[in-house]
Design a protein around this ligand. Structure first.
Ligand SMILES: Nc1nc2c(ncn2[C@@H]2O[C@H](COP(=O)(O)OP(=O)(O)OP(=O)(O)O)[C@@H](O)[C@H]2O)c(=O)[nH]1
Ligand SMILES: C[S@@+](CC[C@H](N)C(=O)[O-])C[C@H]1O[C@@H](n2cnc3c(N)ncnc32)[C@H](O)[C@@H]1O
Ligand code: SF4
Ligand code: SF4
Length: 304
């Protein structure tokens, strides 16, 4: 369905939980998410029902995210149910990769089509520092597993932060050169754990590109399957690609194609929108599918 700015909104990001097994400094405070806020989350059945309604107003791609989607109980069942919705042609997850390796076979069998891993450091100590509790080896095992299973494209999301991991930019490019991986450098945004956000920690995409292009030649190659805002480039002589998500310096709102649903059933038409549409309340009031579809349509039409 097209919004008031003529953008085709066909991509729904579904947060299946606010909880996470990591505490990335830029995303979540050490104390994590209060349990009380967790009591109000949508059931798996409710999520499937809502995705079905969303499919009727033009949603074709679903990405499960969070929090960490793989800590949600029965996530495989959820994927299997969403995969049965005929209009949905792409079911992806964005994960920190801690639990993926052991779940990969069942997720794939359930109908998962793609996986994006978040990985901000290739150095074990620094990875532990950024995530407060993660093991780099678990994520490496997961990425390796996804490659062995032939999942494609496999994307790596790297938030670049000055003084934290910006010295690793070339190491990530080298990784994408040697392996069929698609590394996307993301500009640090003022979302998540705001006390950690500082403007002088932002490294812009043009700064990142300058560092890379001193050593590597980037060129426009084949389009990588995806629905997101990354601009991707082939590396001369390399297997994978590097991409850039310039959320701060060159925002991509004009091409935005997504809406998002929170774990507690709020529909948000923009990452930064204040307005929320309360789907869970509508469900509690026994709203019909037509009423729910009207809520989705309104959120899409009025997307900022
Ligand atoms: N400003 C903005 N940034 C976003 C939005 N969605 C995702 N991002 C950023 O883009 C990064 C990558 O998002 P992913 O969850 O991997 O999804 P994607 O890039 O849409 O995925 P593909 O379909 O594979 O292209 C996230 O880590 C965010 O930093 C959005 O709606 N607005
Ligand atoms: C919130 S996480 C949820 C999914 C999963 N737990 C993961 O880390 O992949 C989704 C993505 O948002 C990114 N992200 C979180 N906070 C961010 C920030 N302040 N700036 C830029 N990206 C951010 C993460 O790096 C990750 O790639
Ligand atoms: S970025 Fe992902 S893994 Fe890190 S704390 Fe946030 S939700 Fe958890
Ligand atoms: S800020 Fe809002 S409109 Fe812009 S790309 Fe993100 S979700 Fe889309």
């Amino acid at each position: 369905m097209f919004d008031n700015y003529d953008r085709n909104i066909d991509y729904l990001r579904v947060s299946v939980t606010d909880k996470c097994n990591l505490r990335c400094k830029y995303c979540m405070a050490e104390e994590g998410i209060e349990d009380s806020s967790h009591a109000n989350i949508l059931t798996l059945g409710e999520i499937v029902g809502l995705v079905r309604v969303a499919a009727c107003v033009g949603i074709r791609k679903v990405r499960l995210t969070g929090g960490e989607p793989l800590v949600r109980k029965n996530i495989t069942k959820l994927i299997a149910e969403i995969a049965k919705i005929p209009q949905i042609c792409d079911i992806a997850i964005t994960t920190n990769g801690m639990l993926f390796a052991d779940m990969a076979e069942e997720l794939s069998a359930a109908g998962l089509t793609r996986v994006n891993f978040s990985l901000d450091s290739l150095e074990a100590d620094r990875f532990r520092y950024i995530t407060s509790r993660g093991n780099l080896s678990d994520v490496v095992r997961s990425i390796t597993k996804a490659m062995e299973m032939g999942m494609a494209p496999i994307k790596i999301n790297t938030v670049v932060m000055k003084g934290i991991n910006d010295h690793e930019i070339l190491a990530f490019v080298e990784l994408a050169k040697k392996m069929l991986l698609h590394v996307r450098f993301i500009e640090f945004m003022p979302v998540g754990n705001l006390p950690f956000y500082k403007t002088d920690r932002v490294v812009t995409v043009s700064e990142i590109r300058e560092i890379i292009e001193h050593k590597y030649e980037l060129y426009k190659g084949a389009v990588i399957q995806g629905n997101g805002p990354a601009k991707s480039y082939q590396i001369r002589g390399g297997m994978g690609t590097v991409g850039f998500i310039s959320a701060m310096s060159d925002h991509f709102c004009g091409e935005c194609n997504r809406i998002r649903m929170t774990a507690d059933g709020k529909l948000r038409s923009c990452l930064f929108a204040k307005e929320e549409f309360n789907l869970r309340l509508a469900l509690q009031n026994h709203a019909s599918n037509e009423t729910l579809a009207d809520i989705f349509s309104k959120a899409i039409r009025e997307k900022p």
